[in-house]
Design a protein around this ligand. Structure first.
Ligand SMILES: [Ca+2]
Length: 155
């Protein structure tokens, strides 16, 4: 990465020795070490900047916990991990469809009202209500089982 043009260690310049500004082998080593030290520092600074920047910056390989305010989000994995599905909070969903039927393992209700999840389509089967703002783990009967969902639990 770092190159100093016009100078090569061990080249003929060193052997002439008449100019006091010539860089000897030891000095050259010091320069190289110093440069690589600085390079390392720059690398570390860049790395820590990247780590600090990560939480505020959505990137493609970040876990998908994203859920817009006002939405109801279903997650493929527990603890709001894996793929997610965002649903409009005021819309009832009688059937989650083939892609998300019996799939969710956690739910984040970012809507303003209670949300009910059901293990069968058309608001039947086991029912569980999730308060507004709650992040809900789906376990046992509810894990990989949710098939419909109603806003306000009126379904
Ligand atoms: Ca089901």
């Amino acid at each position: 990465m770092f190159t100093i043009s016009g100078y090569t260690p061990g080249s003929r310049r060193r052997h002439h020795g008449h100019a006091s500004t010539d860089i000897n082998a030891q000095q050259w080593e010091w320069i190289v070490m110093n440069l690589s030290f600085k390079t390392t520092i720059v690398g570390v600074v860049l790395a820590s900047t990247a780590v600090l920047a990560a939480p505020g910056t959505a990137s493609a390989d970040e876990p998908v916990t994203r859920c817009d305010e006002g939405q109801i989000c279903l997650y493929d994995g527990h603890n709001l991990t894996g793929s997610n599905l965002q649903l409009q909070s005021r819309v009832d969903t009688p059937n989650l469809g083939w892609a998300w039927n019996d799939r969710a393992s956690s739910v984040w209700n970012r809507g303003a009202e209670l949300v009910c999840i059901y293990t069968d389509a058309d608001y039947s089967g086991h029912q569980y209500s999730i308060p507004p703002g709650a992040k809900q783990e789906l376990l046992f009967l509810y894990d990989n089982a949710v098939s419909s969902l109603s806003y306000g639990c009126a379904g």
